[in-house]
Design a protein around this ligand. Structure first.
Ligand SMILES: [Zn+2]
Length: 495
């Protein structure tokens, strides 16, 4: 069990008090920047109806919904996302261009029936998300909104003081054209992003265009037999030539760009998802025993090839792009009228006669995923390390049992009190547990990952100096009480 969260069942987590403080600080940071673009906070129900998702065309029997039935056997879902609900809500309330732009966001729980939950908070059945939905009356206004959201996202991720990547992305089954993904580069990531060493080009696999090879089905074409997750559709992928006529299913990712396959299915065969978790042996059995209609994806007319490990940059004349593993932490989508059309979210234009579907955007930040990603990015052999802005506390005071009563409180007050009324200088906590020795407290504080440790040990008893430690910056220095505020303030500025 880590000190911030506890796994209850596969893919489900409880947050402990310090983990909750991290999450709350992240939410507060997001709130500040959502307010800066005029977004209002709402809170939608976690439960939605199958009927509404049928209306939008996204209800399928095979995807990762967590389903519920009530006593009358009506179908409900635990919401994986809220485009349907928010569009229906806004359609009932907003009828004129005069009420736009409208920007509504929430932070709440989302649900997915993940087949193979893994990576702790990175891929779970229940996760905390910030989702913002924007409504405009014209495409031009919607694109202005999109740009302002991107600026707000840059401010949020800049505040973490951690390097991140912004990749141009295909929006797949979300239905729009313009989208961006935000990533942390990490060997633990499940996504691959491609970036150029010579310019600022960053993209995910779907948008990098590989010219399809002009080749039909011949003896040297390799065939991958797959099955949809609902077992109702056989999916044949004709890949580039390899040594064998047919290839083991597990090898598919060596030859076929799975992002391109996913994106093609979402666009042309809505509701069909390829099961990529299946073992070859099981797959052979299913395909032999089932009479299923077939979709064939051929490499000769689709750009399904995997991208070679180095590839010319599409954005500059001399650069090459190379892949790196990454954790996706946020996403912005311009949706256009993908949801306002089927759900009838219309507004009257200035002429008073014409009614048009609202132009929408949806913009998510994976809050629990971001907490997990930051934790894995900055952890070292001693424990976690939190950036100042989301740390459970910015600093902790640790006392040895010999420190006299009231002295630690004195240091606490010096650091805590800000210059104005009710303002705090440092968000500091005091560990004065009498039954633990200083070594134990230091190990515990390192494990939890407070940015700054303030030790009242021998230096305090002999010279009234506080030992200030910061593992991330390699700082360990005795500081007099008079200089403590300035010294700690300067360290925190860098974290
Ligand atoms: Zn380039």
């Amino acid at each position: 069990m880590s000190s911030s969260h506890d796994q209850a069942h596969s893919g489900l987590f409880h947050l402990l008090p310090l983990g909750l403080r991290v999450q709350s600080k992240l939410e507060a940071l997001i709130d500040t920047h959502m307010q800066s673009i005029g977004a209002s906070k709402a809170s939608l129900s976690s439960i939605t109806t199958e009927a509404l998702w049928r209306q939008s065309g996204r209800y399928t029997a095979n995807s990762e919904f967590l389903r519920l039935k009530d006593r009358r056997e009506s179908g409900f879902l635990l919401s994986p996302t809220h485009e349907e609900e928010i569009t229906a809500l806004v359609a009932g309330m907003v009828h004129s261009y005069k009420d736009l732009p409208l920007r509504l966001y929430q932070t709440g729980r989302k649900y997915r029936d993940e087949k193979r939950p893994r990576g702790g908070l990175l891929r779970a059945k229940e996760s905390m998300m910030k989702d913002l939905y924007t409504f405009d009356s014209t495409p031009a206004a919607a694109l202005e909104t999109y740009d302002s959201v991107r600026r707000a996202y840059a401010a949020i991720f800049d505040a973490l003081k951690l390097p991140y990547l912004v990749a141009a992305a295909d929006s797949g089954n979300m239905g729009g054209k313009l989208s961006h993904e935000y990533h942390f580069a990490s060997p633990k990531g499940e996504d691959t992003v491609w970036s150029c060493k010579e310019c600022d080009y960053v993209a995910n696999e779907e948008v990098i265009y590989m010219p399809p090879t002009a080749r039909g089905l011949d003896a040297e074409t390799c065939v991958f037999e797959g099955i949809s997750t609902d077992r109702k559709m056989r999916i044949q992928i004709l890949g580039p030539r390899t040594a064998g006529r047919t290839e083991a299913w597990e090898n598919i990712s060596h030859y076929v760009n799975m992002d391109a396959v996913k994106s093609h299915l979402a666009q042309h065969h809505p509701g069909v998802e390829l099961d990529t978790t299946i073992e070859t042996e099981e797959l052979v059995h299913i395909i032999e025993s089932a009479k299923t209609p077939q979709i064939t994806l051929s490499d000769s007319f689709l750009s399904l090839s995997t991208i070679p490990p180095s590839h010319d940059c599409p954005n500059c004349p001399t650069g090459e792009i190379a892949p790196q593993r990454a954790i996706e932490i946020a996403h912005t989508f311009h949706l256009g009228t993908r949801y306002s059309d089927p759900l009838g979210a219309l507004v009257a234009l200035p002429d008073g006669k014409t009614r048009v579907s609202m132009e929408m955007g949806c913009h998510g930040i994976g809050i629990s995923r971001l907490v997990g990603a930051i934790a894995s990015l900055l952890a070292d052999e001693k424990g976690l390390n939190w950036p100042r802005v989301v740390a459970p506390y910015e600093a902790i005071i640790l006392t040895s049992p010999q420190v006299a009563d009231g002295e630690a409180e004195e240091v606490y007050d010096i650091l805590r009190s800000g210059s104005g009324e009710g303002e705090e200088f440092v968000d500091v906590v005091l560990d004065d547990r009498p039954d633990k020795n200083l070594g134990w407290k230091l190990r515990d504080a390192d494990l939890i990952g407070y940015p700054v440790l303030l030790v009242l040990g021998r230096g305090w008893r002999e010279r009234r100096e506080v030992e200030v430690q910061c593992r991330r910056l390699g700082v360990k220095q005795d500081v007099s009480v008079g200089q403590l505020r300035e010294f700690v303030g300067e360290i925190l500025e860098k974290l």
